[in-house]
Design a protein around this ligand. Structure first.
Ligand SMILES: [Zn+2]
Length: 312
C-alpha cells in the first residue's frame, strides 16, 4: 500500500494489484477533507487511514463511494462522523454483497474441490470480521458539486457501466479523475450491472474531461491512454464474443478460446468469463441488471485459468 501525492493537497492510496479486492482510494486534503472510497476490510482501511493521517490535519469530514462493491466501501464505518456520499443506487444496492458471505467464500480454501479451494484462496489476506455495512446517506442522481476550500470536485454519475451506481470524482482545475471501477488498469475488468455501450460511453466521457491523471479503481495511476486501452479491450472482447455466440459456442468455451493477445498480460485474464457472459446476456436481449450467478462464474474463472495454463 502506497500513499502518493498527485497534486497539491491531492493524494492517492494505491494497493498493488494482487487480484480480487485490491482497490485504490483518494484524499482531497482541503475544506475538511474528502476520501474517495474505503477498502474491502477493516485492517486494510485502518492501514489507509494511518497513511492518510500522515498528511491530514484531522479526520475527513466527507467520504464518497464510487459504487457499492465492498472493496470500495466496507471500511466506511471507520470514518466516524463523516458525511458519506454516493449515488442513490449505491445506497439501494449496498446490501447486495454481505461480509458474512465473503467470510464463507474464504473458508472454502479448505475445500477438497480444487476449484472451490482456488476460489477460497483468492480471498486470502482479507478479514471480513467486524464489518457493519455503512451506506451513503447523502445521495444524488446525476451530479453533485463540492467546493473543498477552493478545490472543486464534481461527482458525476456515469453508470450503469461497471455497476448501476458508478460515480467518478473529477477535479477540473487539477485535471484529475478518481474513476472507481469504470477504469481498470493492466488488470482484467469485471462488470456487474451495466452494458458494453454504457461502459464505453462512460470511458468516452472520461476522455472528454481531458484529464492528465486518472486514478483507476484497480491498477496503477495513468493518463487517458489507460482509458483508451480499456475501451479497446471491451470492444475486442464484445466482438470476439459475438463471433462465438453466433457460432453457438457456450460462453465458457468462448472464454477459454478467445485469443487475448496483449491483454493476456493483464492480471487475472481468466476474468474474461465475466465479460463474455455479459456480452452473451446482451446478445440474448436480457436487461442490464439481469441476475448474475457469481459462484458459477468464479468456478468458470478457475476453469478458464486451467485451460489457458495448459494451452500456454
Ligand atoms: Zn473494485
Amino acid at each position: 500500500m502506497e500513499l502518493r501525492q498527485i497534486a497539491k493537497d491531492v493524494y492517492a492510496c494505491l494497493q498493488e494489484d494482487k487480484g480480487l479486492g485490491t482497490s485504490n482510494s483518494g484524499l482531497i486534503n482541503r475544506g475538511g477533507g474528502l476520501v474517495v472510497d474505503t477498502f474491502w476490510d477493516l485492517p486494510h482501511t485502518r492501514a489507509m487511514i494511518d497513511l492518510y493521517a500522515g498528511v491530514w490535519p484531522a479526520p475527513p469530514r466527507r467520504v464518497v463511494n464510487t459504487h457499492y462493491n465492498g472493496d470500495h466501501c466496507w471500511g466506511n464505518q471507520l470514518f466516524t462522523g463523516a458525511e458519506i456520499i454516493g449515488h442513490r443506487l449505491c445506497a439501494a444496492h449496498f446490501g447486495k454483497e454481505q461480509p458474512q458471505a465473503m467470510q464463507m467464500m474464504s473458508a472454502m480454501a479448505a475445500s477438497s474441490d480444487a476449484a472451490m479451494a482456488a476460489i477460497g484462496k483468492s480471498f486470502a489476506g482479507w478479514d471480513f470480521a467486524g464489518i457493519e455495512l455503512t451506506p451513503p446517506t447523502t445521495l444524488f442522481d446525476e451530479q453533485m458539486k463540492l467546493d473543498l476550500g477552493g478545490i472543486v470536485v464534481d461527482l458525476l454519475y456515469v453508470g450503469p457501466a461497471h455497476t448501476a451506481s458508478d460515480v467518478v470524482a473529477h477535479l477540473p482545475e487539477q485535471r484529475i479523475v478518481f474513476t472507481g471501477d469504470v477504469l481498470f488498469r493492466f488488470c482484467s475488468p469485471v462488470g456487474w450491472e451495466g452494458t458494453y455501450a454504457k461502459w464505453l460511453e462512460a470511458l468516452d466521457r472520461l476522455i472528454a474531461l481531458n484529464p492528465e491523471i486518472l486514478v483507476p479503481g484497480h491498477g496503477p495511476v495513468c493518463g487517458v491512454d489507460g482509458v483508451r486501452e480499456l475501451k479497446d479491450y471491451l470492444v475486442y472482447v464484445r466482438a470476439e464474443s459475438k463471433r462465438f455466440f453466433d457460432a453457438e459456442v457456450p460462453a465458457l468455451q468462448a472464454a477459454k478460446r478467445i485469443d487475448l493477445g496483449p491483454y493476456a498480460r493483464w492480471t487475472q485474464p481468466e476474468r474474461i468469463i465475466f465479460n463474455v457472459e455479459r456480452a452473451y446476456r446482451e446478445f440474448r436481449g436480457e436487461p442490464f441488471d439481469a441476475p448474475i450467478d457469481v459462484v458459477t462464474l468464479l468456478h468458470g474463472m478457475y476453469e478458464v485459468q486451467q485451460a489457458r495454463r495448459h494451452a500456454g
